[in-house]
Design a protein around this ligand. Sequence first.
Ligand code: CTP
Ligand code: MG
Length: 172
Amino acid sequence: MLVAALWGILPAYVANSSAVLWGGGTPIDLGSRFPDGRRVLGDGKTFRGFVGALLTGGAMALLILNPLSPALGLPRFTVAAAAGLSGGALLGDVGASFLKRRIGLNRGGMAPGLDQLDFLAGALVATYLADPAWFAAVYDPASIAFVAVVTPLVHVSVNLFAYKVGLKEEPW
Ligand code: CTP
Ligand code: MG
């Protein structure tokens, strides 16, 4: 069901977009560089951003969405699914930064497609691994295709908003 698919991905959206509110402090790569001089991840991936966003995404699933799920007839998030959705989104985002640095894009550089789908791919794979039963109850190939189309639209809109209100330095 498409509504369940969207509901199911909300914790990943929240994790990914709340990182900017928490970000700052020590970068995850501790400032390290490859021999070519490029950073491993860059200053846009910080411990504070990762942990804060992980907890925010998890709280969204377990504390905010779960109490509403039964009334809406939607599956409840298990702890494993919540962790997979939130943690997977953030790992996907970190993985994309790694790729961006490898292809020579500096922090904040635009990577169309990757910027919009990194966290979705990370969230779906991690949740499939963390809680296969929950995943099978919420996602099938059609609903995965659906969220893959909707997510870039939501991502672009949310980031444009975050840029306009001065939260983000770039509108992507
Ligand atoms: N952020 C963070 N830690 C993370 C993810 C994000 O601190 N694990 C914060 C950073 O302040 C980052 C902001 O959220 O600048 C926006 O995230 P994103 O657009 O993913 O990072 P970019 O700065 O664009 O860096 P990159 O080019 O590496 O994606
Ligand atoms: Mg970015």
